[in-house]
Design a protein around this ligand. Structure first.
Ligand code: ZN
Length: 453
């Protein structure tokens, strides 16, 4: 009984448990390993990452946003917005009004980024706080005239070690202190494209390297004394799926190139018609059964991918593993960008630190939910967003969260306590009352009367 009460009490305190006194301002490091597909965690070994998870939390699947490409998804993580709302709708974009172009190699114009306010800008604008970034997409652009106090211009040739060194230096020796930092790494995306996720041998090697980098990160944070007070989120932008030369969709077989401008190609093609839009649409509609063709106004609502000038009048969405090409061979063995309801497109999320529970596993959240959670951890007022803070409450120590197993445990515990108390009361009452001697049941006179006269 005593044990039961203790268990029940400790269960309740675990559930409601608050984050006790922390005099230091909360700090958060957000890390992305590009293209880290969620089920790599089940299919490969990650000793360092598993150690990190053991002392923290894991979200097995993060449902990301459509289109499942790098720039759009990294911006959704830090703004909590769908692509139509933050304006980074693809890795390659064209704005019809200003006639501006955006690509992986030409991404520095704030025009593209200013439709939203990323968390590093909000954090940077607080009194006595600053932000730092090692190559997260957009962090080297003055968004709303603000960059992080410390950032690196993007270059894929800079080593992980150098990026990590910078981040830890900034986290330790800055005034005002760096309270929000980001770190970005190109793998396992680059190798996922090159080999395809079904190439077990190469992916094993690459994922082992990624795990070693996570080991280095944790080791460095521990050596520098940052580990205990720093919140660290490790996540990714999207997954990866296998492509094949046997799954090509050749647009040249269906439509003349002179009738449209191609803004983006695969697996979501963005088509700007030069002639009548309906004519272009009708030709593409019957082009290939492994591709959905949408007029902008008919794009399914679940994609949240319609209300932005940068989304072109016709978009083509290839089925998983299919590649849209212009009369040429397969460009990559692995790709992403497909429908965001496909689990192969989902990344994971792991987190560790004073804000997070230890040893807690959660099945799924949306990538747009990460932003309100990060704002909560840092005590920042979030901008309007598409995320739901409630989805991440179970990950956080200072939040009341009921998940099903805990709720069942509490109900069963409470019932057991009540039953035991009732039994005790009955036993005590029986003991206190004087036992009556057995007496024969006396029938009253009326009872002998016949029921029917
Ligand atoms: Zn990516």
């Amino acid at each position: 009984m005593k044990l039961l009460v203790i268990l029940l009490f400790s269960g309740l305190t675990t559930v409601c448990g608050g984050n006790s006194s922390h005099s230091l301002p909360p700090k958060l490091l957000l890390v992305s390993f590009d293209g880290f597909r969620a089920d790599y965690l089940q299919n490969y070994e990650f000793p360092h990452l598993q150690n990190f998870i053991k002392e923290g939390v894991l979200v097995e699947h993060v449902k990301n946003v459509f289109i499942t490409k790098t720039f759009p998804n990294h911006y959704s993580i830090v703004t909590g917005l769908y692509e139509e709302s933050h304006g980074i709708v693809a890795n390659s974009m064209y704005d019809v009004i200003t006639k501006k172009h955006f690509s992986d190699f030409d991404d520095k114009d704030p025009f593209w980024w200013n439709e939203a306010v990323p968390i590093w800008v909000t954090n940077q604008l607080q009194k006595n706080r600053s932000s730092a970034a090692a190559m997260w997409p957009g962090t080297d652009v003055p968004i709303h005239n603000t960059t992080p106090s410390y950032f690196m211009n993007y270059s894929s040739s800079v080593s992980f070690e150098e990026r990590l060194n910078n981040i830890t230096t900034w986290l330790m020796n800055s005034n005002p202190p760096v309270t929000f930092a980001t770190l970005y790494w190109e793998e396992p995306d680059a190798s996922g494209h090159k080999y395809g996720p079904e190439d077990k041998e190469n992916m094993y090697r690459v994922l082992k390297e990624v795990d070693n980098l996570i080991g280095e990160l944790v080791h460095k944070l521990k050596v520098l004394g940052l580990w205990e007070n720093l919140n660290v989120i490790i996540t990714s932008d999207h997954g990866m799926t296998q492509c094949s030369k046997d799954r090509l969709i050749n647009l040249d077989l269906c439509i003349d190139r002179s009738s449209y401008t191609l803004i983006d190609l695969t697996p979501v093609a963005a088509i700007l018609p030069k002639i009548n839009t309906t004519e272009v649409y009708n030709k593409l509609k019957v082009c290939n059964p492994h591709m959905n063709v949408y007029l902008k106004e008919d794009i399914p609502a679940r994609f949240h991918y319609q209300h932005n000038d940068r989304i072109q009048p016709v978009i083509l969405v290839a089925d998983e593993g299919w590649t849209i090409v212009l009369n040429k061979s397969l460009p990559k063995l692995g790709d992403h960008g497909y429908d965001n309801s496909l689990s192969s497109m989902h990344p994971f999320l792991a987190a560790h630190g004073p804000a997070f529970h230890k040893g807690y596993k959660h099945s799924t959240i949306n990538s747009v939910d990460i932003y309100p959670m990060m704002c909560h951890i840092l005590g920042l007022q979030p901008h309007p967003n598409n995320g739901t803070f409630g989805h991440t409450k179970c990950l956080l120590v200072d939040q009341w969260c009921i998940n099903l197993p805990e709720a069942i445990g509490i109900v069963i515990g409470a019932l057991l306590v009540l039953t035991t108390l009732t039994c005790l009361i009955i036993i005590m009452q029986n003991r206190l009352s004087v036992p009556r001697p057995f007496s024969r049941l006396q029938l009253q006179e009326d009872d002998d009367d016949p029921l029917i006269e």
